[in-house]
Design a protein around this ligand. Structure first.
Ligand SMILES: [Fe+2]
Length: 331
């Protein structure tokens, strides 16, 4: 049984060496809204999001991860979560309130990724003219570009996806939903998914064969329907943004997917569909690649470029071949 300490994935900070080009992608092509700019960062959100931001875009030397932020279930659960992280010996301490959030505790996960935990959150308030005609929406729907509605998940690259996922389950109450192994190495998890909400994952973990810690594989945003996902494919192509993989459907989580690269090279996914699950005692599902873990429609194969994470690391050709063989995931 899993105790619920965290309520949702709140936002992700990503780094870009081409901030102007990246910002244009997120606003004009993905359709996100700018909440504010502060220093080297721009704070963005989808039209359906109630919080101040779901994406912090920060200028940096290379595409990569800044941090991942989780909102607690309440003030007591935040204290419990911090105690757990401190007991695990990976706490980095409290920082004062930051843009969009109150007091925040930072920890570094087993894969070297920086995470934040907080409870108090600043909510978006629509300026005059942007109010929605519907009382349950935070703002008017603006059909600009893809018009992504909200953040869906973040997928990191980590040395041991199974152990990292289990750590987040045991320490912070994530539900460990699904994982992939290849038949020849049944003890080695190459991809894992955890969740703190009703979706099959808000946190993905893929094996990183590089020695670099704390890398990110992609950030995913949500659209409401497969029609919108297909329209997004058309929008990307007409903006000269190459599609890396999809549109298609994953077996794990059953989500429809579409992957592109933003101008920094960082991978962005769009999702829709998928199952919802509310079982606190959900039994973790094991997949083998040939069962359709990545590709529900088994006539498609994952291109090896999908294994590239950020910041980019030049892997020796033998390491690339090793990853292909060790994961069994690629064409
Ligand atoms: Fe994903």
């Amino acid at each position: 049984m899993t105790e619920r300490l965290l309520s949702q994935l709140a936002h992700v900070e990503i780094l870009t060496p081409v901030p102007d080009e990246s910002l244009r992608f997120y606003t004009d092509v993905l359709g996100l809204e700018v909440s504010s700019r502060n220093g080297q960062s721009v704070f963005l959100r989808g039209w359906g999001e109630r919080f101040y931001h779901s994406l912090q875009l920060t200028e940096g030397p290379a595409p990569g991860l800044g941090h991942i932020a989780w909102r607690a279930q309440g003030p007591e659960q935040l204290r419990t979560a911090v105690e757990r992280v401190e007991a695990a010996g990976v706490g980095e301490g409290w920082i004062d309130a930051d843009v969009g959030q109150g007091a925040t505790y930072r920890y570094r996960g087993p894969g070297g990724h920086l995470h934040e935990l907080f409870w108090e959150v600043e909510r978006y308030s629509a300026p005059s003219g942007m109010e929605s005609p519907f009382p349950n929406r935070p703002q008017r729907y603006v059909p600009r570009g893809v018009a992504a509605r909200n953040l869906d998940h973040v997928t990191v690259a980590t040395a041991n996806p199974g152990a990292d996922a289990a750590w987040h389950r045991d320490t912070l109450g994530h539900r460990f939903m699904e994982y992939t192994v290849i038949p020849e190495r049944p003890d080695w998890i190459v991809f894992a998914m955890t969740t703190v909400c009703e979706r099959a994952h808000d946190y993905g973990l893929v094996w990183d064969p590089s020695p670099v810690r704390g890398r990110i594989n992609h950030v995913a945003y949500w659209v409401d329907s497969r029609e919108e996902l297909l329209r997004a494919a058309d929008i990307f192509l007409n903006q000269d943004i190459a599609i890396e993989f999809g549109p298609g459907k994953h077996g794990m989580g059953e989500q429809d997917y579409l992957y592109v690269r933003e101008p920094s090279g960082l991978r962005i996914e769009l999702n829709t569909g998928g199952y919802r699950n509310y079982e606190p005692d959900f039994e973790t599902v094991r997949f083998e690649p040939q069962q359709g873990s990545n590709v529900f429609y088994k006539n498609a194969a994952l291109p090896h470029s999908m294994f590239e994470s950020f910041p980019p690391v030049d892997l020796a050709p033998e390491t690339v071949e090793e990853t292909k063989a060790a994961t069994g995931l690629f064409a």
